[in-house]
Design a protein around this ligand. Structure first.
Ligand code: NAI
Ligand code: ENO
Length: 309
């Protein structure tokens, strides 16, 4: 079998992430058959209209029959329900993976249901947008982006290599870490920014002395960036908050302490403290750009395209 290519892939959940994977698989010819299943009949019909797969089935249990690779792309809170449904029909030797934004909870929900002889390898592509549903996906979403795996201690190295080859074919850079560490890192770089965005937009929406039309009319680009994040899918982000509770609360506690420091510096006119912090944070931005992680740069993800030539 060619690197990253499977005979039959089953995609469970066909929203932003599932449909982006489907589009890449089709465009790059990574599977002979792509069987799609999702909870709502309307979404399944839409996936068929968009021609995202080769077969569309209502039941997740039926969709995974004979699949060599199963990708679960549902809100993290639905992981156990899906694992329970698909477990009896998984083909021996199949690779089961997911794309959930939290990892320890997904493992706790799914691993106990996985039968002997299948390879369950949790994953998380660090790529997405504030949009959701099958129309929001697009080919190339994962190009140049990290995909983090949090393999279980007994993971079969060959299965791991096959899954890495698949994500590499989608253009991703690959990393591995343990699930608890993943959840801490993601709490600060992804979950907190979304929570802060939901909070600031909520605060603006609650103000009595500033009207909603003024917020819309005068929104500076900083505020607008927050509204993009705060427009992210409510189900997905409710589940992230509930399923990475400990790491998020730990980071929120740190954040609140640091905010109190900033608040005090403003109250007491301590300009040096403000200047020092703002200088330090400006350097973080520079480091991101120097490390080639500026996703807005026109040549971002170029290495992935070049590698395919
Ligand atoms: N949106 C983003 O930017 C990113 C999301 N993720 C993760 O990917 C996963 C999917 O997110 P999106 O594709 O953005 O969400 P989405 O809302 O666009 O799609 C979710 C899909 O799951 C289906 N679904 C929901 N409950 C189900 C169930 N019980 N059984 C079967 N299907 C079910 C829905 O019908 C829909 O097709 C989530 O776990 C999320 O944390 C990971 C990286 C980025
Ligand atoms: O839209 C954005 O800015 C994101 O940060 C997308 C995103 C959301 C959740 C993830 O687990 C990974 C990426």
């Amino acid at each position: 079998m060619t690197d990253g290519v499977f005979d039959r892939i089953a995609l469970i959940g066909i929203g932003l992430i599932g449909s982006s994977i489907a589009r890449d698989v089709k465009e790059l010819g990574l599977a002979k058959e792509v069987v799609i299943s999702t909870r709502s009949p309307e979404t399944l019909r839409r996936a068929e209209e968009l021609g995202l797969g080769t077969a569309y089935v209502a039941s997740a249990a039926e969709a995974v029959r004979g699949a060599d690779l199963v990708v679960v792309s549902v809100p993290v809170g639905a992981s156990e329900e899906v694992a329970r449904q698909i477990a009896p029909n998984l083909k021996p030797g199949a690779i089961i993976t997911d794309v959930g934004s939290t990892k320890a909870s997904v493992i706790a929900q799914m691993a106990p249901h996985m039968p002997q002889g299948v390879h369950f390898i949790p994953g998380h592509p660090l790529a997405g947008t504030e949009k959701s549903g099958p129309d929001a996906g697009f080919a190339g979403l994962f190009r140049g982006r990290w995909c983090i795996f949090t393999p279980l201690p007994d993971t079969d190295p060959q299965a791991m290599e096959k899954l890495k080859a698949f994500w590499t074919a989608l253009g991703s850079r690959i990393d591995e870490m343990d699930p608890q560490h993943h959840d801490k890192v993601l709490a600060i770089v992804s979950h907190l920014p979304h929570i802060i965005a939901y909070n600031i937009v909520g605060t603006a929406d609650d103000l009595e002395t500033v009207t909603e039309s003024e917020v819309i009319k005068y929104s500076a680009s900083g505020f607008r960036d927050f509204t993009r994040l705060a427009a992210s899918d409510p189900t997905m982000w409710r589940d992230v908050c509930l399923h990475n509770k400990d790491a998020i609360l730990e980071m929120l506690a740190r954040f609140s302490e640091d905010l109190a420091y900033l608040q005090r510096a403003i109250r007491w006119g301590e300009g040096d403290k403000l200047f020092d912090l703002f200088t330090r944070t400006r350097a973080v931005r520079r480091s991101i750009i120097e490390a080639g992680q500026d996703v807005d740069a026109p040549d971002f993800g170029r290495h992935a395209l070049d590698a395919k030539k």
